[in-house]
Design a protein around this ligand. Structure first.
Ligand SMILES: NC(=O)c1ccc[n+]([C@@H]2O[C@H](COP(=O)([O-])OP(=O)(O)OC[C@H]3O[C@@H](n4cnc5c(N)ncnc54)[C@H](OP(=O)(O)O)[C@@H]3O)[C@@H](O)[C@H]2O)c1
Length: 258
């Protein structure tokens, strides 16, 4: 029996990209799932797929906008009793808007990035970690980014939010060091998901140009690493991992062949 079989995993942003791929990888391991995002229709489809394929897992979906603290608290309080004891929290939901230089960044874009990537992650963690502490077990896995390790032009606010995730992950790890809880941060480089389409306000051709002539990571590459991280024995904590496609060396240093 694998270490993740029968564990309960709570994933934010499970309707697309890395979060959706994490749901599939944890399901393969026999984990029960709480899948959250705003596009609950997608979550329902994913639930049907996974419960059809893996008969022994429970999957619960919740429509959740992580910018809304009350929705977060209600979602956690309203979990079915069989899924209340969360073993792994994957703080994955996140987004970027625009490529404006700092002096032109719109207040709305600034607000939405901080509300989603920082405040949402903090409120979710605050809602779930106390239960983990009471039970003496739990693992928080945050999706950081190379943008949390270095800054780049046109990404000031997104980079600031991911630097915040970096700081929060490190501080939480220190705060929980005398408990059995683990805190990990996985920091991808370029992953081809809906992320760039969201960045460019739905403009698919601009999004595709980001990956032109190179082989980016795919969501499954990161999901496998998240599941590997969660599946280490209790005395092992992968605290921080930076993951690039082979053609990338820094946020804006990539090799393009085409
Ligand atoms: N793709 C990359 O190159 C890359 C690189 C480094 C780090 N990351 C990080 O990886 C994480 C996942 O990104 P991805 O690449 O998988 O992007 P994605 O395909 O765009 O998926 C983002 C997910 O976040 C959810 N989300 C966005 N805003 C939300 C909100 N207010 N409330 C609840 N859920 C929300 C979306 O669901 P709904 O829209 O249905 O709510 C979606 O499921 C993010 O934290 C991102 O910063 C991505």
């Amino acid at each position: 029996m694998g270490r993740l079989q029968g564990k309960t995993v709570f994933i934010t942003g499970a309707s697309a990209g890395i979060g959706e791929a994490c749901a599939r990888e944890f399901a393969k391991e026999g984990s029960h799932l709480v899948l959250t995002a705003r596009r609950v229709d997608r979550l329902e489809k994913l639930k049907q797929e996974l419960t059809g394929k893996y008969k022994d897992i429970n999957v619960h979906t919740v429509a959740l906008d992580i910018r809304d603290k009350k929705q977060i608290d209600d979602a956690v309080k309203g979990l079915p009793s069989s899924l209340k004891d969360i073993d792994v929290l994957v703080n994955n939901a996140g987004m970027v808007h625009g490529v404006d230089p700092l002096v032109e960044v719109k207040e709305d874009d600034l607000d939405i990035m901080f509300a989603t990537n920082v405040k949402g992650l903090v409120f979710l963690t605050q809602a779930i970690v106390p239960g983990m502490k009471e039970r003496g077990t739990g693992h928080i896995i945050n999706l950081g980014s190379v943008a949390g390790k270095e800054a780049y032009a046109g990404g000031s606010i997104y980079c600031a939010t991911k630097h915040a995730v970096d700081a929060i992950s490190k501080a939480l790890l220190i705060e929980l060091v005398d408990t059995p809880l683990r805190v990990s941060q996985i920091c991808p480089g370029l992953v081809n998901t809906e992320f760039s389409t969201v960045r460019f306000g739905g403009d698919k051709s601009k999004a595709d140009a980001v990956y032109k002539g190179l082989q980016p990571l795919v969501a499954e590459d990161i999901a496998e690493i998240v599941v590997f991280t969660a599946g280490r024995p209790p005395h092992v904590n992968i605290a921080d991992m930076l993951v690039f496609p082979s053609c990338q060396a820094a946020s804006k240093i990539v090799s393009r062949n085409a």
